[in-house]
Write a protein that binds this ligand. Structure first.
Ligand code: HEC
Length: 131
């Protein structure tokens, strides 16, 4: 008796699962089996997995090592006295360009392998925020 109850439970569970599977539309299936990443074409803007990063995230990932303590003479983050003369003398766009190309001990792109030019701009804006 007990065995028959188990078997019928098992059969109705199977039925439930297969009925459920049939509710999936072609779209659902396409959604499930589509590749999880997009193809990155060489030379295109880097593929960023989780949307654009904030200036703080980029800074903490790539710039903090030098720009927090002023390593090698790097202008310290959020210290107006270190940034203002550069901004006055060169203007923001030139300072941004220098960060992209590298200047003296400042490595090109801050040595950030997955940063776009705009990421560099966003990180600079974070470092000079409120200045
Ligand atoms: C290896 C250390 C190092 C790292 C990492 C680094 N910097 Fe620099 N950065 C420097 C130094 C040193 C200077 C000063 C260069 C000079 O003017 O002689 C500098 C200067 C700059 C300047 C001013 C350029 C100018 O024209 O005055 C900007 C903007 C800048 N860095 C942005 C960044 C950003 C954004 C990152 C992170 C993506 C970064 N840096 C990562 C060392 C670094």
């Amino acid at each position: 008796m007990k065995f028959r109850v188990l078997v019928s439970l098992f059969v109705s569970a199977l039925f439930f699962v297969s009925a459920n599977a049939q509710e999936m539309t072609d779209d659902d299936i396409a959604q499930r089996i589509k590749p999880s990443g997009n193809v990155h074409i060489a030379g295109a803007a880097p593929a960023v997995a989780a949307g654009p990063r904030t200036g703080e995230q980029i800074y903490n990932g790539a710039c903090v090592a030098c720009h927090a303590a002023g390593v090698l003479g790097a202008p310290k983050s959020q210290v107006a006295a270190e940034w203002q003369p550069r901004l006055d003398e060169k203007g923001f766009d030139q300072v941004w360009k220098n960060a992209i190309d590298g200047i003296n001990a400042m490595p090109a792109m801050g040595a950030c392998g997955d940063c776009s030019d705009d990421d560099i701009k966003t990180a600079i804006n974070y470092m000079i925020e409120g200045i």
